[in-house]
Write a protein that binds this ligand. Structure first.
Ligand code: IPD
Ligand code: CA
Ligand code: CA
Length: 267
C-alpha cells in the first residue's frame, strides 16, 4: 500500500516537471504573497483522483480550496500539492509534493517528493525514515554547531514580530540560518541531516503532516513551539530539532513566550 502512495506522489511530480508558462497561470489567493498556479490545482486534482480511487476508505484534506473530506473517516490524506509555490513560480527548483496519511489522529505515513532532484523522502510510523530507499537520520550536534532553517509564515503577517524575535535570539547561539521556502523540504532536510533545526510560527497541516513524521522517524523531535503536540486539524507553529538541540530551542521559545508583547502569540 505505502509503495503505491509513493508511486502516486512520484507520478504527480511529472506535472510539476512538465509545467510551462507558469507565470501566465498565477492567481492571487488571499494576498499578493499568497499565490496559486494552475499547476497547484492540477497536482491536487491528480492526487485526489488517484488516492480516492486506490483508497476509497480514506478521506482527503488538501490545500487548494481547502478541500476537506474527513467527516466520519478513520483516516485521511493530508496533501500539499506544491509546497514552495513561490519557488516554483520563480523556477528555484526547491519545491515538493507532500502527501501524509493521518490514521486515528496520528501520522501513519508520509511521502515528500522533490521532482527536480528526484528526491523521495518517506516514513511509515515505527519503520524509520528514508531518502530514495536509504535510511536517514538527524544529526546529533548541539545548538552552537547547528544550521537553522525557518519559515516566515508569510500568510500570517501578525507573526512577523515573533519570527524576528526567534531569529534574533537564535542567531548568536547557532552556526547560521537558511530560508528555503518549503516547510516540507525544511523538515526533510532536517531528517536527512542537511540541517539541524527548523521552526515556523504558524503554518497549516499540509505543510508539516508528512514532514513531521519523517523527522520523528529519523530520530528527531517535532512539536509546536510551546512544546505541545502538533495539531493536524488546524494551523499550528512547528519546532523541530535533534535530541541535542531541541531542549535549547524550547528554552528560547519559552523565554520569548514570556515576554510581555509576545503573550499568547507562541502556540
Ligand atoms: C509555504 C512554504 C513556506 C512557508 C509557508 C508555507 P506554499 O507553503 O512551505 O516555506 O514559510 O508558511 O505556507 O504556500 O508554498 O505551499
Ligand atoms: Ca505549503
Ligand atoms: Ca502549497
Amino acid at each position: 500500500m505505502y509503495r503505491n502512495i509513493e508511486e502516486i506522489t512520484r507520478a504527480a511530480g511529472k506535472i510539476v516537471l512538465q509545467a510551462h508558462h507558469i507565470e501566465d497561470s498565477v492567481e492571487i489567493k488571499t494576498s499578493a504573497c499568497d499565490l496559486v498556479t494552475a499547476y497547484d490545482t492540477a497536482v491536487q486534482e491528480f492526487l485526489y483522483r488517484e488516492l480516492s480511487l486506490a483508497y476509497p476508505e480514506f478521506g482527503f484534506y488538501g490545500e487548494e480550496n481547502e478541500h476537506c473530506e474527513t467527516q466520519g473517516r478513520k483516516g485521511w490524506f493530508i496533501v500539499d500539492p506544491i509546497d514552495g509555490t513561490a519557488n516554483f513560480i520563480r523556477r528555484l527548483h526547491h519545491s515538493c509534493i507532500s502527501v501524509g496519511l493521518l490514521l486515528d489522529g496520528k501520522m501513519e505515513y508520509g511521502a515528500v517528493y522533490n521532482p527536480y532532484y528526484d528526491e523521495m523522502f518517506t516514513a511509515q510510523r515505527g519503520k524509520g525514515a528514508f531518502l530514495n530507499g536509504q535510511r536517514i537520520h538527524v544529526t546529533d550536534v548541539p545548538m552552537n554547531e547547528s544550521l537553522l532553517l525557518f519559515g516566515s509564515a508569510i500568510y500570517y503577517r501578525e507573526t512577523i514580530p515573533a519570527t524576528l524575535r526567534f531569529v534574533q535570539e537564535l542567531f548568536p547561539r547557532a552556526l547560521d540560518f537558511r530560508r528555503g521556502g518549503s516547510a516540507a523540504l525544511d523538515l526533510c532536510y532536517l531528517a536527512a541531516g542537511r540541517a539541524d533545526v527548523y521552526f515556523e510560527c504558524c503554518i497549516r497541516p499540509w505543510d508539516y503532516a508528512a514532514g513531521s513524521l519523517i523527522v520523528q522517524e529519523a530520530g528527531g523531535i517535532v512539536t509546536a513551539l510551546d512544546g505541545t503536540p502538533l495539531r493536524f486539524y488546524d494551523r499550528c507553529s512547528v519546532a523541530a530539532g535533534n535530541p541535542k538541540n531541541y531542549a535549547e530551542l524550547m528554552d528560547v521559545s519559552k523565554k520569548i513566550a514570556d515576554e510581555p508583547d509576545m503573550k499568547g502569540r507562541i502556540r
